[in-house]
Each structure stands twice: as C-alpha cells, then as structure tokens.
Unconditional design. Structure first.
Length: 189
C-alpha cells in the first residue's frame, strides 16, 4: 500500500505548476491530464486539493498500455499483465482519491471526443512525444478549453515536443511560456 504520491513511480517535476493550479483555479474546475502512466502527478494534484478542501472534476486520460514506441514502457506494461489501469486504480484507492479522479481508458483523440468545445479549464498533455502525436493532441484538446482556459504539457526539452507546440501555437498567434525546464503553458484566447 502506498501512502503518498511520491511512492508512485513516474516522471514528475512540475509540482509548482500543479500547486499553483490547485490554489488558483476555482472550485469545480475541470482538469484533464492526458498521459498519466501510474498516476504520480495526478495523485499529487488530488492530494493538494484534499489538503485545501477543494474539488475539481479531474479526468485521467490514458490507454494504460504505455507508449508503443518506448520499449522500456512496453516491457513494464507486459510485466503488469498488459495494462497499468489496475495499478493506477490501486494507487487512487490507496491515496483515497477515487472520489476526485475519473480514469478514461482511451487514447487521447478518442477521449477528447467525450468533451464539448469550450468545456475544460485546464488540459495537461504528456502522452506520446512524437511531433505528429503532439500536434494531434493539441489539435483535438485545444478546442475543448474554455476561453481563458490553460493548456500545458511536459517534456518541452524534447525537440519533437517543443517543435510541435511552437508550430501549433504560432498559427494561433498565442504565446507559449516555459513554467520550468520541462514544461510549457499557453492560455486560450
């Protein structure tokens, strides 16, 4: 049994961003994380919200099968029986977050179709890191944001991610800002 988000294996170096969102987005905000792996970052957000007695509508979007182009991910997924969803659900249960976080076991594009345009307050994109996949994620999730909504993502240091993000938002005449060495953020006009 785990007792804290830090007990969950994963890549998470943007605690400041999630803490800022937890404190500053209004009660009942809708939050989508695309690419959750085992849930380290989204469980951090859930724990932050519980500590300040605030609720968001949080959706965890993932196939729970790892990135097909990353052999190490595929090996670990196979060691867990072909899906990380049972482990993710166990982590939510252990941390008492099942009332806050709703998993959506779909690929990013299919999951985006579950939401209406202009519905979501915040989307965090951290799924497949290929240029084409990032462009597709942005193309499908950006319209789902409310005006003034925030879209952000991880691994901005990767050429494929950075190039896709800058290309996508250049066409929209929107600024992309770095929030850390690894994250980017943009606000929908």
């Amino acid at each position: 049994m785990i007792k804290d988000y830090q007990d969950i294996q994963g890549w998470f170096d943007y605690e400041d961003l999630y803490s800022h969102l937890a404190k500053n987005l209004p009660e009942g905000s809708s939050f989508v994380e695309v690419g959750v792996w085992k849930g380290r970052s989204i469980c951090y957000l859930g724990q932050q919200l519980k500590s300040i007695n605030k609720k968001f509508k949080i959706f965890a979007v993932d196939t729970f099968k790892g990135s097909s182009n990353e052999d190490a991910h595929q090996k670990e997924v196979q060691e867990h029986g072909g899906s990380l969803l049972p482990l993710f659900l166990k982590n939510l249960t252990d941390l008492n977050l099942t009332d806050l976080i709703t998993p959506i076991e779909k690929d990013s594009i299919e999951a985006s179709k579950l939401f209406s345009d202009n519905e979501i307050d915040f989307v965090f994109v951290d799924a497949n890191h290929s240029y084409e996949a990032v462009i597709e994620d942005l193309k499908h999730w950006y319209p789902k944001l409310k005006p003034g909504g925030i879209i952000a993502g991880h691994d901005f240091w990767a050429d494929s991610v950075r190039s896709a993000v800058l290309t996508f938002f250049k066409d929209k005449n929107l600024n992309v800002n770095r929030t850390s060495q690894s994250c980017w953020v943009a606000i929908k006009a």
